[in-house]
Design a protein around this ligand. Structure first.
Ligand SMILES: C[S@@+](CC[C@H](N)C(=O)[O-])C[C@H]1O[C@@H](n2cnc3c(N)ncnc32)[C@H](O)[C@@H]1O
Length: 275
């Protein structure tokens, strides 16, 4: 196993997650609330709070068909499904993360509305125009071929459908501190500037409704020397190695301006009659 595959692997992840839940005082034999898992299963900058804020920009309806690309353990997908009653398809390349997502779907009683697919964001195993909302948080940084990624997103979105995302973009200088939460080595990190991201999205037929840099807001709201979660509290550390160093490097990159945290809402061109 090498590179990104290794970065996003976690041996015995289901056992580790069950142990972390019990240590945190949660009983996996009882139905768990998706929100109670937020510190464990929202693997992106800003965690559960950032997912809620993105959701405020894109109200999801019960009838919407939603795809979460690079869904990880499925925390954002369960937030969407439990909040609105919609159905969500999770797609991720990591077999370990897919297994953990399926486990957490069962433990939250959401396995009838959140499904898990192992696969590539560059070759989505879904028909054209099959989703009303495509969701993606902290995934594009791993993908070199962004034109193909955005092309695939545009392909599976129904006309008028929405692409909502959060991403790290390139800042004023190459990011130099590794490991980062999304890449152990520079060879697995593919950042583009916010302007290039906008141009690429536009070229793929996605129309901008919002594209904003939330870096300063994020830095102001989070502590510079945040200590790792104390033992006994749920944390990504249950399955992410070296979390403290990765998170600290991401923060230093943001503070130095080498990284920019961006959030976007784009829409697939509607046909007559629109969404
Ligand atoms: C930082 S995690 C974010 C997980 C999830 N979006 C969240 O916010 O909780 C990045 C995820 O993207 C997935 N990923 C990266 N490149 C991918 C690709 N080309 N196809 C599918 N999944 C990919 C990884 O396996 C990992 O689960």
């Amino acid at each position: 196993m090498a590179g990104l595959e290794e970065h996003y692997s976690a041996q015995d992840i289901e056992t580790r997650i069950l142990a972390a839940l019990r240590t945190a005082g949660l009983d996996p034999s009882r139905r768990l609330s998706p929100e109670a898992l937020g510190a464990l299963d929202h693997f992106h900058t800003g965690g559960l709070r950032a997912s809620r804020e993105l959701l405020e920009l894109v109200p999801v309806r019960a009838s919407d068909r939603v795809l979460d690309i690079g869904a990880g353990l499925g925390g954002p997908a369960r937030l969407l499904a439990s909040g609105s009653g919609c159905r969500v398809a999770c797609l991720d390349m990591s077999a370990d993360y897919c297994a953990a997502a399926a486990l957490l779907n069962r433990l939250t009683g959401l396995d009838d509305r959140v499904e898990v697919h192992e696969g590539s964001a560059l070759n989505l195993p879904f028909a054209d125009a099959s989703f009303d909302v495509v969701w993606m948080q902290n995934v594009g940084m791993n993908i070199a071929d962004k034109r193909r990624l955005y092309g695939e997103i545009r392909r599976v979105l129904a006309p008028g459908g929405v692409f909502a995302f959060q991403e790290m973009a390139a800042g004023n200088a190459p990011v130099c501190r590794f490991p980062l939460p999304w890449a152990t080595h520079p060879a697995d990190s593919f950042l583009v500037s916010v302007d290039d991201m906008r141009q690429l999205l536009r070229a793929c037929g996605l129309v901008e409704e919002r594209l904003e840099d939330t870096s300063e807001e994020h830095l102001a709201r989070t502590a510079a020397n945040a200590t790792p979660a104390p033992p006994g509290q749920l944390s990504l550390a249950a399955y992410v190695d070296d979390l403290g160093r990765k998170a600290a490097n991401a923060r230093l990159g943001l503070e130095a301006g080498e990284l920019r945290l961006v959030r976007g809402v784009f829409r697939a061109q509607p046909r007559e009659g629109g969404r």
